[in-house]
Design a protein around this ligand. Sequence first.
Ligand code: NZQ
Ligand code: ZN
Length: 385
Amino acid sequence: MLNFEFYNPTRIIFGKGMIAKLDEQLSPQARVLVLYGGASAERSGTLNEVRAALGSRTFREFGGIEANPTYETLMKAVAMVREEKLDFLLAVGGGSVMDGTKFVAAAVPFEGEPWDILTSKGEAAKKALPLGTVVTLPATGSEMNCLSVISRQSTGDKLLFSNPLVYPRFSVLDPMRTMSLPMKQVINGVVDSFVHVMEQYMTHPVDGMAQDRFSEGLLSSLLEIGPRIIAAPEDYDLRSNLMWVATLALNGLIGAGVPHDWTTHMIGHEITAKYHIDHARTLAIVFPALLKVCREAKRAKLLQYAERVWGLTEGSEDERIDAVIRKTEGFFEGLGVPTRLSAYDIGPDGITDILKLLEAHDMTALGEHGEVTLEVSRQILETAA
Ligand code: NZQ
Ligand code: ZN
């Protein structure tokens, strides 16, 4: 196993009706900014539940954070917090609102140009306001990690930062608040979580016994949840399972002490930046193609995944690997999520554009061995054509 430090300070408050518990988490003197996205939080009643829980506290609201949150919008929230001397941020939404709130938390006390938080990958942030979240979309794991992905309209960049200062103090996970999601977003959550697990699992073995078994458990759960949740969208237990699996997929636990390969996310972020395709849908395009191109580096783990998650034990090694890659692709396609660039009308020129963005962002040595050069990324994208 590799050396590691594991730290996760986020309190999880899980279950039906738990938004009321906000009252216990916030000081009566807190001056709160509630941040949310478009109309969904109001329409679904989640915002009203939050307002009721805040009671007589001083609070303001900031709506309009977009899917793939932008620096331009978030800087307006930064100005509001500074002007009104607010001291606690409460995100009500999915990954975009949570990520946006993390950026605001780090940007408010930042001296200088807050975009430097992104270009320094988070290192430049030395202080942050405290924040909490109320999750309405299980997918990103942002509710229990210190990552944030922010887009900048003026330059077309989509960059990631990470800093322990922006771990949420608490996150409320009420599966009932996900019932209003369009099925497409629910399925995006299944795919995003699946790929998060894979990026901490599908590398090479380092004998991380618990990490591997945890990961395989999460993958098996997602394989089961995906088709069942389409058939039974109102099932509270399925919603609960998806919500908790999504959180566990990216809260640091399964990734401690094992190698990672975030190639799929890094290429996916560029596809979203250029073509505005939903985050999870970009991953479904890239991930199967990555497995095909990097099958030798991942051979041992592909065989382990084939056996333990899919029960594939018959045939030669190469036949089992072929079969499990087909099964993984079939899982995404079976959920209605395309695995090809052509499904979005992205052709050879598009591939060149995506590669240019990767180069501009120094994404030229990705993967668990730093061997995914631009040339390998080209092969991956061409395989996904
Ligand atoms: O804006 P509203 O009206 O709220 O609608 C949202 C949005 O259009 C809607 N929605 C959310 N909860 C709902 C709902 N609609 C009905 N009922 C509800 N309960 O869903 C749409 C998508 O929301 P968004 O927050 O954008 O989705 P997601 O949670 O998938 O987040 C995607 C963002 O997270 C980043 C992605 O890059 C992307 O920017 N990521 C963040 C990560 C992290 N912090 O760890 C890791 C991820 O891999 C990812 O990169
Ligand atoms: Zn993701």
